[in-house]
Design a protein around this ligand. Structure first.
Ligand code: COA
Length: 156
């Protein structure tokens, strides 16, 4: 079996359609094109990354996930992370988060926070695996009334 290689890099405008497709497949209230373009081009806090699968011999390259985090001085917030539903469970989310944490450390970020739906066991498992700890519940945080877990990662 031939395995596909991955590359994790900053998002570019040519990635937009694929990122929006993944966003639409993964989230109940997806960001629209204008929101994603704002994140990519205008928001000075934003760090928007993609993970791309490639296979040179097949001439194949495809975006299969993305992650956006904001930096404010020495702290950050993970706003979005998603992997295409057909490719979830193949450690692509782990590869991206590992890279994001490396990037955050290089930028001297000491703490990263995030909100996650209490029902989102996959994402909670991913965050715990990379050292995010549960802080508290934000009741009714989501527009459909679901609670969020607030989680924190600290560079020790
Ligand atoms: C959350 C998400 C990014 C994870 O990406 P992924 O590529 O599927 O994750 P990985 O294969 O790297 O798995 C990472 C870890 O998640 C946990 N995990 C995966 N599937 C799980 C499940 N069904 N139940 C519990 N934990 C699970 C495991 O700890 C796993 O690590 P391990 O296999 O080494 O034990 C992906 O599922 C996704 O895009 N979900 C929809 C969007 C979303 O909910 N984003 C998060 C918003 S807060």
């Amino acid at each position: 079996m031939r395995y596909l290689d991955t590359e994790i890099r900053l998002m570019e405008e040519r990635d937009l359609d694929k990122v929006l497709e993944i966003e639409n497949l993964c989230f109940i209230n997806p960001w629209k094109e204008k929101d994603m373009l704002y994140e990519m081009k205008e928001n000075p806090l934003s760090n928007l990354w993609v993970i791309e699968l490639s296979n040179d011999s097949l001439g194949l390259k495809t975006i299969c996930g993305f992650c956006d985090y904001w930096q404010t001085f020495d702290s950050g917030t993970i706003c979005q992370i998603a992997v295409h539903p057909d490719l979830q469970g193949y450690k692509l989310g782990s590869q991206m988060l590992e890279e994001i944490l490396k990037d955050a450390k290089a930028k001297k970020i000491r703490t990263l926070t995030l909100e996650v739906r209490v029902s989102n066991k996959k994402a909670i498992g991913l965050y715990k695996k990379f050292g995010f700890n549960f802080s508290h519940v934000k009741e009714g945080y989501y527009s459909d009334g679901e609670d969020a877990l607030y989680m924190i990662w600290e560079d020790k």
